[in-house]
Ligand binder design. Sequence first.
Ligand SMILES: Nc1ncnc2c1ncn2[C@@H]1O[C@H](COP(=O)(O)OP(=O)(O)OP(=O)(O)O)[C@@H](O)[C@H]1O
Length: 335
Amino acid sequence: MHSDRRPRLTPAMADVRRAVRKALAMQAGPVLVALSGGADSLALAAATAFEAPRAGLRAGAVIVDHGLQAGSADAAAQAAQAARELGLDPVLVRAVVVAGDGSGPESAARAARYRAFEEAMRDTGATHVLLGHTLDDQAETVLLGLARGSGPTSLQGMSSVTGPYLRPLLGIRRATTQQYCRDAGLSPWADPQNGDPRYARVRVRQRVLPTLEQELGPGVAEALARTAEQLREDADALDALVLEVIEEICEPAEGGIAVSVGALAANPPALRQRIIRFVVESEFGVTLSRAQTLAAVRLVTDWHGQKGVDLPGVRVERQNGLLVFRVTRAVAADH
Ligand SMILES: Nc1ncnc2c1ncn2[C@@H]1O[C@H](COP(=O)(O)OP(=O)(O)OP(=O)(O)O)[C@@H](O)[C@H]1O
């Protein structure tokens, strides 16, 4: 009899499983758990291994080896073994990190990771990938954004559903995933980067959030996550308005797209900035920073005959009552 070795259902296990059950209830196809081997994704994997068969779903795990740190292949192999022990078929993908896209090594690794997830979904026929982001990740994102003076788009943090990506643990504290692992006898991998105080996020995790909780009372992390949720609702409403407006005020222009200056001027600043960001993103695949967006906005609000504005890969000029966005040669040659 092995029943004495089987972990009983502890409160942490019940919380994580309930969150996963809720996310899986809306799924039809096979799912993959993105498993780094850390406590968050290990608890997610264990709960998914338990809940997926009960929801009539096939589940596997995808493990990405970025090949960036010494020992990353070992960590990936260990994660694959942990997946097997949980009853999830592992898919190991070696990520190809393309350095030098100007946005730093962390975001290059992230982009490579999401490409690897997509490859794994294609190869396995999975419809969704489950990520282990927790409430703590959300709270940290909001705090970091506030400290940078970010607007609602970044302060809204992460969504529980983004295309094929699900984040079932956004309402679960990291301490609960760690407790789950202890309760279930699982040994999470401690990513050395997660303890490296050179990263602002690590300092927020280790010092800022605990201090806020100590000084302002427990529940600060939950409150920050609620702020993110409220901002998400507002941002979604504004995005929906932009989609409505944009149909009416855009027209094709030679080598690009044009937007009516009068219509931009008539809209409130929050919408005006969103319209410009949306046009550039959808037409040229370029995400503008706030400063870049504001530089383009000045062609509407502070017009004194100035020449156009050069944005990454896109030039904006004001011509005959229109803001005209055209791809610049550097980017055109790249494509
Ligand atoms: N090497 C990996 N292999 C598989 N999944 C991973 C890997 N690294 C991270 N993940 C998944 O992504 C989740 C978030 O990880 P982490 O917080 O380290 O990434 P991040 O860079 O902060 O977030 P993101 O890139 O998703 O914005 C993990 O819980 C896990 O589900």
